[in-house]
Design a protein around this ligand. Structure first.
Ligand code: ADP
Ligand code: TRP
Length: 333
């Protein structure tokens, strides 16, 4: 049976290889299966949980749409829309925030990481953001949610909220409890400068990530400068596990070539990094350069991107407004 897919990406600029291999590549495969119904949301309400420049935000919303399309998501087959244009997301988030418990949110590790040392100065939105994410998913009765590994805990919270709502209001199976779709391998791509840190949009050094808008020369340069260790490439999985940077680069290579880590190790065991990096660069350029070119081309046609969003908003509103009306009835409004 076909799946109902929902996922979101924040329009916060610098979409990178981690977003691509961890999430967007999976979106494309799911979108290509004609039995699935897919909805991909540009989560602009989530973006403002940390400070955004309003002009940049507007551009980043279009750039995220362009990235979806350039990566291979067909806007005719999937719904692509931005969250703030469908009011039910904010309404649903409020109602669900009265279902979710403080104790549940207090356990969220991403808040702790993002808020940093001074939690008192973090926005209330940053704290309650997983509840908004739950509303996103539950409004569309999504059965499956493709995300990177860092979102696993938020999905568990979403499942808990759905179950508590169904129990509290005695509406069995009304909110669909969704399943996460997280790739088993390569679900967390690490920084090119530090194999213990996630590749991230917010990392200051641009050399730490491959952006999906990087050109060939930038990719070549970043891989050349990517951190390694002085040894030749590892001979076994066990050795790989102990060498973070090698593991990350081999992981990226394997993901790009759709091969297993074991196979990649077999291919490169004992070789020098310089030889391996050449092959890795080749794969990266082959994959990323066409996406990067297409993003730039699409960004030149703002009205096309806006049309995709308008069409998506219309379709998403139809689904979400029905669900939020039922939710309101159920809680007694
Ligand atoms: P952020 O990049 O700030 O975590 P996004 O909303 O842009 O947040 O993330 C979009 C998707 O990309 C999410 O599913 C997230 O799990 C995934 N993702 C982000 N960074 C990585 C990474 N380094 N490796 C794998 N997946 C990632
Ligand atoms: N919180 C997710 C992230 O930062 C983005 C997101 C928002 C999302 N709503 C969602 C992902 C719903 C999946 C489903 O990456």
């Amino acid at each position: 049976m076909g799946k109902k897919i929902f996922s979101g990406v924040q329009p916060t600029g610098n979409l990178h290889l981690g977003n691509y291999l961890g999430a967007i590549k999976n979106f494309v495969d799911l979108n290509n299966d004609k039995d699935n119904k897919c909805i991909f949301c540009v989560v602009d309400l989530h973006a403002i949980t940390v400070k955004q420049d309003p002009k940049e935000l507007k551009n980043n919303i279009r750039e995220t749409v362009a990235t979806f399309v350039a990566s291979g998501i067909d806007p005719k087959k999937s719904i692509i829309f931005n969250q703030s244009s469908v009011a039910a997301h904010a309404e649903g988030a409020w109602i669900l925030s009265c279902v979710a418990r403080m104790g549940w949110l207090n356990r969220m590790t991403q808040f702790k990481e993002k808020a940093g040392k001074d939690k008192e100065k973090a926005s209330v939105g940053l704290y309650s953001y997983p509840v908004l994410m739950a509303a996103d998913i539950l409004l569309y009765d999504a059965t499956h949610v493709p995300v990177g590994d860092d979102q696993k805990q938020h999905l568990e919270l979403c499942r808990d909220i759905a179950q508590k709502f169904n129990n509290d209001f005695k509406v069995e199976n009304f909110l669909q409890v969704p399943e996460p779709l997280i790739q088993k391998e390569f679900s967390r791509i690490m920084s090119l400068k530090d194999g213990s840190k996630k590749m991230s949009k917010s990392e200051l050094s641009d050399l730490s990530r491959i952006n999906l808008t990087d050109d060939k020369d930038q990719i070549i340069n970043k891989i050349k400068k990517a951190k390694t260790d002085p040894l030749p490439l590892p001979q076994s999985m066990k050795e790989l596990d102990e060498r973070l940077e090698a593991k990350n680069l081999i992981g990226i290579y394997s993901s790009l070539t759709n091969s297993s880590l074991e196979n990649s190790i077999k291919n490169f065991a004992g070789k020098n990094f310089s030889e391996f990096k050449e092959k890795l660069t080749e794969e990266l350029v082959n994959k990323i350069e066409p996406i990067s070119n297409e993003i730039k081309k699409l960004l030149g046609d703002k009205s096309y991107l806006d049309e995709i969003l308008l069409d998506g908003v219309e379709k998403a509103s139809l689904i979400a407004s029905k669900k939020i009306e039922r939710i309101k009835e159920i809680v007694g409004f």
